[in-house]
Design a protein around this ligand. Structure first.
Ligand SMILES: Nc1ncnc2c1ncn2[C@@H]1O[C@H](COP(=O)(O)OP(=O)(O)OP(=O)(O)O)[C@@H](O)[C@H]1O
Ligand SMILES: [Mg+2]
Length: 227
């Protein structure tokens, strides 16, 4: 279980998160929604140890995740795909996957190719010449080469056409189903995300204002003003 307990986070004098407490079971699929500047990215950064909360603790199965420990967090099994296309553009698709898996088991490449056949078809292509959707698949594949128990994604659908967004979401659903990887997805595309998650957290001005099953959120249009 990933547990956040009374997290507050600041950037200088600015309060980005206030007193957030929430727990998520390993293997679950959770969305984080909220307006621009609500604190969604900061929340993900606290979970991976990229930003130190000013108060509160983040633990995974009882063990703390400390600020400045991103590399260790990834080794322990929590992978983070930040916003944007996080690939090495001048390397081939396969070289990108190799680099990401170097400290892990490179034979896992065959699993990645099963999940994302397009990456095998394009394995020799320069990553920077792939389309936006293909690069997003590659970024997912790279994160999965670390065989994470948790995959944290910051706006994976940004800049993608609706049909590609559906494809990315469907792949994420398969990753969860086949590998048991838990998903925490920050998204502006609420309808597409609600199709695959079980639960939604809504953040407003740094506060967690709602923690609701995804099925219920679909029936509550009054909450939709918050994202
Ligand atoms: N490095 C930083 N330095 C100063 N302020 C920051 C920094 N990063 C974020 N902030 C501020 O913290 C607040 C929360 O930002 P955050 O990026 O977490 O929001 P967000 O919900 O991810 O927004 P968006 O939907 O636009 O990505 C915002 O007011 C933002 O301006
Ligand atoms: Mg953000």
């Amino acid at each position: 279980m990933l547990a956040l307990s009374n997290i507050s986070a600041h950037y200088g004098a600015l309060t980005a998160l206030s007193d957030i407490s929430v727990s998520v079971e390993d293997g679950s699929k959770v969305a984080i929604f909220g307006h621009n500047g609500a604190g969604k990215t900061t929340l993900l950064r606290c979970i991976v140890g990229a930003h130190g909360p000013s108060t509160g603790t983040v633990t995974w199965n009882g063990e703390p995740i400390n600020a400045g420990s991103v590399a260790e967090t990834v080794r322990r099994g929590i992978a983070f795909v930040p916003q944007g296309h996080n690939v090495f553009p001048n390397l081939s698709v396969e070289q990108n996957l190799h680099i990401s898996g170097l400290l892990f088991d490179l034979s896992f490449l065959s699993e990645i190719y099963k999940l994302f056949p397009v990456l095998e078809e394009r394995k020799s292509q320069r990553a920077g010449s792939m389309s936006g959707g293909e690069q997003q698949m590659l970024a997912l594949g790279m994160a999965l080469m670390t065989q994470p128990k948790w995959l944290l994604l910051d706006e994976p659908s940004t800049g993608l056409a609706p049909v590609i967004v559906r494809n990315v979401m469907e792949r994420l659903r398969q990753v969860n189903e086949r590998l048991g990887t838990g998903l925490i997805i920050v998204e502006q595309n609420v309808p597409a995300t609600l199709k695959i998650v079980d639960r939604a957290l809504i953040v407003k001005s740094g506060r967690l204002i709602e923690d609701i099953p995804a099925a219920d959120l679909r029936e509550k249009p009054d909450l939709w003003e918050f994202f």
